[in-house]
Design a protein around this ligand. Structure first.
Ligand code: PMT
Length: 399
């Protein structure tokens, strides 16, 4: 099992380490906790031992069976994350002081190191702390900036431990990033669009954005710069991803075209509404005044236009169909000139629109196909991006 070492210092935010452990475990990682002695004044090590199933390490000389454990553990972990990290710990790391297990382990570690500070705002902004952070950054240590808000001391300012989801996302990127995606821009569209008749009425569809947000999250973890163009949804954007919100198809097209020049990969999961009203009204139409027949027109087909100016880009389309999904998706793949088409039969209630799971068939222009049976949208995203990686590498080797 892949494993991370989680260094935990004395801070009121120490309880958030429990959530960090849970998030890493849900991604298939084992966690070994290393506490500073002062941290044990806030939480008993037994809590972390219970959560991780592994003895929490505090002192250098705890384990009589493994006398130089700080060295042997180095080969077992793929990331050292310190969260929360105090000013004292950051200062010791910057100066190379190794006087306990955590600082000794830091000096011995060969894996990436990520630090999430948590402290009083004056301590965080102190030139000495900032100098220590700069020095560690120059040595390759990465930081998760603390949030600004109310601190344990009652003051307001920067110093709150960043949210666990943000810390874990950055940690996973350090562990999972691939050369194929590094320095590449991946553009993702997600969610529905809404085409308004008047300020209170619109046509749309049940897309939630889940599929696109999962793809954006996965692309970020693989090391890409991710631009997410999202229609209306209640979802929180994945940390680290640049988000642009739009409402109508025309706005989505404008946003996509704005970023298209920089994009290397485009993943069009958005369920762009196919129709809009020919005439729209700036004020709410009264029930008694509404016309019995409303004229509609088609919205611009964004993907089709992207296909006509593809260049070196890799286009991934989605086709939401109710029946004969593969046949219809094949036709769209050809017409829109995409490199990988994801056929999505949305007639089954447990998959497709708004659900956490999906079942899709991947189609390639050379006639290959691959079914991904029902599974989470997160897993489907991992499979799709693994295929995108193959396509990117194939193109690279052909050049
Ligand atoms: O958001 P979720 O709730 O997680 O649901 C996910 C999903 C079901 C929306 C997603 O998996 C999916 O199938 N998305 C494609 C939906 C769709 O609009 O399919 P389509 O067959 O109408 O369009 C084909 C392709 O052309 C799509 O990539 C679409 O983004 C694009 N398109 C469509 C119309 C249009 N005017 N412009 C476009 O670019």
């Amino acid at each position: 099992m892949k494993k991370i070492a989680l260094g935990v210092c004395s801070s009121v935010s120490i309880y958030k380490a429990c959530e960090i452990i849970r998030l890493f475990q849900s991604e298939g990682f084992g966690v070994r906790v290393i506490m500073t002695e002062k941290a044990t004044r806030f939480i008993d090590p037994y809590l972390f031992t219970s959560l991780t199933g592994e003895r929490t390490i505090v002192h250098l000389f705890d384990d009589q069976q493994r006398p130089i454990e700080h060295i042997s553990l180095v080969d077992e972990v793929s990331l050292l994350l310190v969260a929360p990290a105090t000013a004292n710990l950051i200062g010791k790391m910057a100066s190379g002081i190794a006087d306990d297990f955590l600082t000794t382990f830091y000096l011995a570690a060969k894996c990436p190191v990520l630090v999430a500070p948590a402290m009083n705002e004056a301590m965080y902004l102190h030139p000495q702390t900032q100098e220590n952070i700069r020095k560690l950054k120059s040595l390759g240590v990465e930081f998760v900036e603390p949030d600004t808000g109310y601190l344990a001391c009652g003051k307001k300012g920067p110093g709150r431990l960043a949210p666990p989801e943000k810390i874990v996302q950055q940690g996973l990127r350090l562990v999972r990033a691939k050369d194929t995606f590094r320095d590449k821009v991946v553009l993702v569209t997600a969610g529905p669009t809404r085409e308004f008749l008047d300020p209170v009425r619109f046509v749309s569809n049940p897309a939630s954005g889940k599929m696109g947000y999962e793809l954006a999250r996965e692309a970020y973890q693989l090391g890409a710069e991710v631009i997410l163009i999202s229609g209306p949804t209640w979802l929180e954007p994945p940390p680290g991803v640049y988000l642009e919100r739009v409402t109508e198809a025309a706005e989505m097209k404008e946003a996509v075209l704005k970023h298209y020049a920089r994009a290397r990969v485009v993943l069009m999961t958005a369920a762009v509404a196919d129709f809009r009203f020919r005439k729209t009204r700036p004020e709410k139409i009264r029930k008694t005044e509404i016309e019995r027949t409303l004229e509609i027109e088609t919205t611009p087909d964004i993907l089709e236009e992207l296909g006509q100016h593809k260049g070196q880009r890799l286009l991934v389309g989605f086709a939401a169909e109710t029946g004969q999904a593969v046949e219809k998706a094949l036709e769209k793949m050809k017409r829109k000139q995409v490199d990988l088409m994801v056929a999505n039969d949305v007639s089954q209630p447990e998959v497709g629109f708004a659900s956490d799971e999906n079942e899709v068939v991947l189609l390639w222009p050379d006639g290959r196909s691959r079914k991904i049976p029902r599974t989470s949208k997160r897993k489907i995203s991992q499979e799709i991006l693994a295929e995108v990686e193959v396509l990117l590498n194939e193109r690279k080797s052909k050049r």
